[in-house]
Design a protein around this ligand. Structure first.
Ligand code: HAM
Length: 418
């Protein structure tokens, strides 16, 4: 092939058949499961006012400081391609005055300007759910269970769940100061970014991948050790509800997750098959976010799952449902119009049909049928037209027979049945 003039932007992907179909199948499985748990779909814009993310994900988070695709539009508005779903969903729930409590799910593209690698893209798919207005720890547990249920149904067996609690507005301020003090005492180990994090929000140091920073947080006090009585009770209830459901989980006292809006429960699903980007999905509770957007005090909890990573981890990517297609073949110019009419008739009956109008020769049309991975060919020649019959060829077996016009649909349907 001669050199192409354009290629896709770094960090983006093309999904061509059948991978596009596999991806849609995973999305469909997610939609089905989310509906089973009482969630309804919300569709929000792929870009929002930049403030939506800065105010919620957090000014000190990597997502906001390093990874956003932000731009000014022609009217000088500050806009950002959504790096995650939660802030837009909360914004939309408030703007549309949704009745609370409400359970919402979403499926769509998200954008982060990171260094592309296996499982990390600049445009990626996420599926997620948000439960707004539900405070019970049983909801945290149900959402954690929901994600695990999704992975289990896809056959991902190496998925482990890590859970933590990062406290609330009562216990966090004192903990934050204790943490700041501890990290300040080790500040020579911290990278330049973490020195800024130390001032703004020392919890963000837990997100840093630099080895010396990781060592510093290993020696630092954890949020779990500083929970108030209410947070401790909430956490215990989440853990015991997970145990009751038979979901194995591991404590990770340093799991704060890279977004500022979380309180209490944080969790992540990990898979060993993913390499460095080992997080299949994650989420947590965010009881102050609705208020931060100007709404009434409303608890919230949710999860988001990366589609590409899910597809990578699924041992046998779910096979797309067998697709069927009837290819209508015309022998001479005189039957071309009849071929088109027949294709329309089949489509009216819900049968996928295609005609190659360009081909000069029958051989070329059969080649097109092959490229389209058709199930059968329906051949119309002068004889067939005169006798009001069609020749139906099963492309799997090569078997060909004449079929009367009035039973054609039935005969094609019989071939489509598998
Ligand atoms: P997150 O952990 O930032 O959480 O993203 C969730 C998942 O999206 C990750 O575990 C990963 O599978 C996938 N993901 C993130 N960035 C990329 C990327 N650059 N390329 C490929 N996959 C990626 C959130 O987004 C929160 N909104 C989750 C949440 C919902 N919390 C409460 N509700």
């Amino acid at each position: 092939m001669s050199e192409l003039k354009q290629s896709r932007p770094k960090g983006t992907q093309d999904f061509v058949p059948p991978d596009s179909e596999r991806r849609r199948q995973v999305e469909a499985a997610f939609r089905h499961l989310a509906a089973c748990y009482g969630y309804r779909e919300i569709i929000t814009p792929t870009f929002e006012h930049t403030a939506v993310f800065v105010k919620s994900s957090g000014e000190g988070s990597d997502v906001v400081t390093k990874e956003m695709y932000s731009f000014k539009d022609r009217a000088e508005r500050d806009l950002t391609l959504r790096p995650e779903g939660t802030p837009g969903v909360v914004r939309a729930a408030l703007e549309n005055r949704l009745r609370l409590p409400c359970r919402l799910y979403y499926v769509g593209p998200f954008f982060r300007y990171g260094r592309p690698q296996k499982g990390r893209f600049r445009e990626f798919g996420q599926v997620g759910v948000e439960a707004l207005g539900e405070a019970s720890p049983l909801v945290d547990a149900e959402i954690i269970y929901f994600g695990a249920d999704f992975f289990r149904r896809l056959g991902i067996s190496d998925c482990t769940v890590q859970v933590n609690s990062i406290g609330c507005r009562t216990c966090r301020p004192a903990y934050r100061e204790t943490l700041r003090k501890s990290l300040f005492d080790q500040k020579e180990r911290l990278c330049a970014d973490c020195l800024v994090r130390l001032e703004r929000n020392p919890l963000r140091v837990f997100d840093c991948k630099v080895e010396t920073c990781r060592q510093a947080v290993q020696d630092a006090p954890t949020p779990r050790q500083h929970l108030c009585a209410d947070c401790e009770r909430h956490h215990e209830q989440v853990l015991s509800a997970l145990t009751r459901r038979g979901l194995r989980h591991a404590a990770n006292d340093r799991l704060v997750r890279g977004l500022d809006y979380y309180n209490r429960t944080t969790f992540e699903y990990l898979s060993t098959s993913l390499g460095a980007q080992d997080s299949l999905g994650g989420g947590g509770r965010y009881d102050y976010l609705v208020e931060d957007f100007g709404g009434p005090p409303t608890p919230g909890v949710g999860v988001a799952i990366g589609l590409e990573r899910t597809l990578l981890a699924a041992p046998v990517a779910p096979a797309p449902a067998r697709r069927h297609l009837a290819f209508v073949i015309w022998l001479t110019e005189a039957e071309r119009a009849a071929a088109q009419e027949l294709a329309d008739r089949l489509r009216t009956d819900g049968i996928a049909a295609q005609v190659d109008y360009d081909a000069r020769k029958v051989k070329g049309q059969f080649r097109s049928a092959d490229a389209a991975e058709a199930t059968c060919c329906i051949i119309i020649g002068p004889d067939e037209l005169a006798k009001s019959v069609y020749s139906l060829k099963d492309l799997a077996t090569g078997e060909q027979r004449e079929v009367a016009s009035d039973v054609l649909v039935e005969a094609v349907r019989a071939l489509f049945r598998d």
